[in-house]
Design a protein around this ligand. Sequence first.
Ligand code: HEC
Ligand code: HEC
Length: 441
Amino acid sequence: MFARRIITLLVILGSAVGCGRSEPTENANLIQPSSAVEQKSLNRPSEQVLEGNQTLPGTARDSSLAIFNRRILPIFQSSKPSSCAECHLSGVDLKEYIRPSQQQTFASLVDAGLINVNQPDDSKILTFIQRRPEQKSLLIEEIREQEFEAFRAWIQAAVSDNALIADAEVQTIGSKFSSDVIRHGRKDRVLESFVENVWTEAGRCTACHSPDTNQEQVKEHGEQVSWISVGDPQATLDYMVDVKLIDTDEPEKSLLLMKPTLQLPHGGGQKMVIGDRTYKQFRRFIDDYTAIVESRYAKSDQLPIPSQEVSVVTDIWMKIEGVPAEYDKMLLQIDLHQQTDSGWSALPVATADRPVFGGGNLWQHSLSLLAIRETDWANQLSAKKLPPGNYLAKIYVDQNDKLQKNFNAELGEGEFIGQVQVESQWPAGYGKMTIIKFPSP
Ligand code: HEC
Ligand code: HEC
């Protein structure tokens, strides 16, 4: 895991050094052409033509052109992501704000309101480049510094070159995506979604996959079983993408889905079923992540509709005894509706789903608390407590493999088996399960 990180960093360092060769010499008379490209451009006759009674000295123009060729073009031509990638997973890159010629670039940036001709240092493009995260990476900071100085120097030289504006054609420039799409592709948003959909569920996997608890597994299976970074969802996500536990080429074949569902052999056995709650959440994140990095969202209406529901995995266990053996290995879902002054709550406040163990006539699992986003109950979820009292447990069994056929389907009336009233203090801990009897028909 660490070796891989270092390689990634070296690649970034390589690119930083690559665009850092330029000296801060802005006077054209002093410039020693440092590359064939620059030599050619400097000598291009069209660049030297001044029209009418322009008073501009040739040197100012050479100067902005030289800076453009020497410091801006390499950013445009680089195959490496720009500093924007530190916060934008996709949707924007500094390259999109550059055109092959300085006239086009300048005219287009001015037209788009990204260069302020009167106050060059207040140009919006410079504001974009100057956004930096709280936790700075020194390497990216260096790239950013170079991008910023290059743009600032070029814009300063270019605004005093009137001819640039006069003779250039305007093109569309900048990100081609709508602001909704850009927002959706921001890394802080992606991390939020990762935490909500994957990190909150990873508690089911920590015993064997978190380095603070899995020494035995590591001894037996190797370092790669430690895919959780303790307390650090961003590092966990980065690692998953690095080693393809999340596979953006074939998202549904990601190891994160294939292993715990036993579509591939898994040292931990079956931990999920296709279409269960955890699977749906993992899949929602992985599919969305893939669409973001592959730039598949072009318009706002293609973005996924945010889930209205939030959930949290608890250590409150529930057990059902006397489950008929005929339901063996079928997914059983239990929904808990809370008693209120006006009857049972319309929506479940807690749920759990897991296959039946027919041989033992039982089913058991830890509860996930459920809430509609931004309600009072949603704000209480993080305490991971279910208020003591009376609940109605509704039981559903997927007898026809509905979820196998369509992982997005929900169990409902067609799968309803029966219901039981249950009163409990809902203590946490595997040893303190709330036990109910399977409802008789
Ligand atoms: C430190 C993180 C960070 C970096 C680095 C960053 N951005 Fe952003 N960007 C944001 C945030 C946060 C927003 C949302 C700002 C808001 O809504 O006020 C945003 C929004 C945008 C938008 C949407 C429109 C707008 O006017 O806000 C564009 C376009 C954009 N960034 C371009 C860029 C470009 C180009 C770069 C690289 C030169 C870049 N960003 C680098 C954090 C960053
Ligand atoms: C009881 C222990 C245990 C639990 C709990 C467990 N696993 Fe595993 N898992 C293993 C072992 C052991 C391996 C290594 C052998 C293998 O690849 O199957 C493994 C391997 C994996 C791998 C492959 C890692 C790699 O880089 O090769 C993934 C992905 C995975 N598990 C996902 C999960 C998910 C997701 C969960 C929780 C929903 C989970 N596991 C819960 C024991 C467990």
